[in-house]
Design a protein around this ligand. Sequence first.
Ligand code: G3I
Length: 320
Amino acid sequence: LSLDQIAKIRGGRYIGTATDVWIMEQDAPYKKITTSNEYSVWTPENTMKWETLQPQQGAFNFTEADKLVSLARKTGKKVRGHTLVWHSQLAPWVEAGNFSPAELKKITKNHVQTVARHFRGKIFHWDVVNEVFNEDGTLRDSVFSRAFGEDFIEWAFRWAHEADPHAKLYITDYNFEGDTPKTKAVTALVRKLKKKGVPVHGIGAQGHFILGNLDGEGMKRTWKTWSDDLKVDVAIAELDIRIPMPATPEKLAAQAADYETVTKNCLAVKRCVGITFWQWTDKYSWVPGVFTGEGAPLPYDEDLKRKPAFDAVKKVLVAG
Ligand code: G3I
């Protein structure tokens, strides 16, 4: 059985991966595994971001994203939409335009609803807002927060829900596994939004981890709070665990142990719905391009061979 098939047996969970179609078009062996039943959920790594979907004001381009959704449907995958409102990979015209708050509100609503409507019924989770907090729990500075404070978060969820009532709507962030100010801020915000009846259904923990730095207990506690107290779904949305290069057998074994911890924690949390790797092979990881001297964060190596991390995830899923 594949990782995803075993995860299904373990409480209807899924295993997914980030990918984009242009990579599959130029790499057949990569495509074979990406489309295989190892994964049942795809997240477009870059092709549903604002800069790609609306590079110029009012000029939407769904070409690449449509290809992904159509191939996903053909190969039996669900799609996690990523991401509607994010300060990064935003089309430059949004900031350069110096819009009034009223104009920016219209622009943001139009983006969220045009995109959510376009894919209506074909996206099972949307990452509605991404990375809105600083490490100290304050609201991150962005074109959106400067104009609206935190109100844009509530609006984005309501707009997305109106445009696609069946998608589960997520708030996502990174570095908020343990009992940190950022964790507290996200938890408090979701509690407040739920109380107001805002359609927020899940919290996405990106899970961009560093070897040996994992707060396994804190992570479990936080995810349980979200699942059992806040009563929202929890998705591990962008999992990778980077290591200082070179990747020695010792480091790969330690990495496998960290993957084991994360997988166990998901199984221990009632509403942890699934785990998505941020790409599944080191060949296409974003990590080496951004963190000099670090890499090899995924369950398959650059030659598309399974690593100890893969076996660790499988072992945990099999054991239940
Ligand atoms: O497509 C262009 C190409 O035309 C150009 O020649 C090339 C030169 O730099 O850049 C290409 O774009 C790159 C793009 O990935 C597609 O490969 C961008 O430079 C590069 O910055 C971009 O990086 C992405 C990053 O988000 C941007 O913030 C990574 O692939 C992607 O993995 C990463 O994903 C984010 C999540 O969306 C949110 N959470 C954190 C995560 C990691 O940063």
